[in-house]
Design a protein around this ligand. Structure first.
Ligand code: CO
Length: 174
């Protein structure tokens, strides 16, 4: 089942840290993960964090193939993830399903290593570089209430906020 993706400025929980998951391998958790992949693919995203569907838990799904048929699937589920190592720098365009229509260059680490739980509650470590590293950093930010706009200059961020506020007033942002 797909869920509605909440948008920046319409849902205050997007800007608050999410809660740890403590129960694993439950039917609810398996269903939530399946729903998140379905919602992400339907929106042509590469990653989705639970707070984006108004579930305030530390869970994110990523597939850098975006579900494209001619690309190899690269599905990652991260629960309570923490970046334990990072190195290098990269700058690339980033967007967010909660801020559709806006893409900006964001500076990130080039490589990261993440420690997380999988859906069974086992500890896993996932290493990624380039796009996968970018996706993991973007999604883990979400779990800490941080959106990619926070990585832009305050000038650029305020400009985007102003545009979004206008769309909210015009009932064009939901
Ligand atoms: Co996002």
């Amino acid at each position: 089942m797909t869920h509605k993706i909440v948008r920046y400025l319409n849902n205050a929980n997007l800007e608050r840290p999410a809660e740890e998951i403590t129960e694993f391998d439950t039917p609810e958790l398996h269903q939530l993960v399946a729903d998140m992949f379905e919602t992400m693919y339907a929106s042509h995203g590469l990653g989705l964090a639970a707070p984006q569907i108004d579930v305030h838990k530390r869970l994110t799904v990523i597939d850098t193939s975006g579900g494209e048929e001619d690309l190899e699937p690269n599905k990652v589920v991260l629960i309570n993830p923490v970046i334990i190592h990072s190195e290098g720098k990269q700058t690339g365009e980033e967007g967010c399903l909660s801020i559709p229509g806006f893409r900006e260059p964001v500076r990130r680490h080039k490589r990261v290593k993440v420690r997380a739980h999988n859906v069974m509650g086992e500890i896993i470590e996932v290493e990624g570089e380039d796009l996968m590293a970018r996706a993991m950093q973007h999604e883990i930010d979400h779990l800490n209430g941080i959106l990619f706009l926070q990585h832009l200059s305050s000038l650029k961020r305020e400009l985007i906020k102003r545009k979004i506020r206008k769309m909210i007033q015009a009932d064009d942002w939901d």
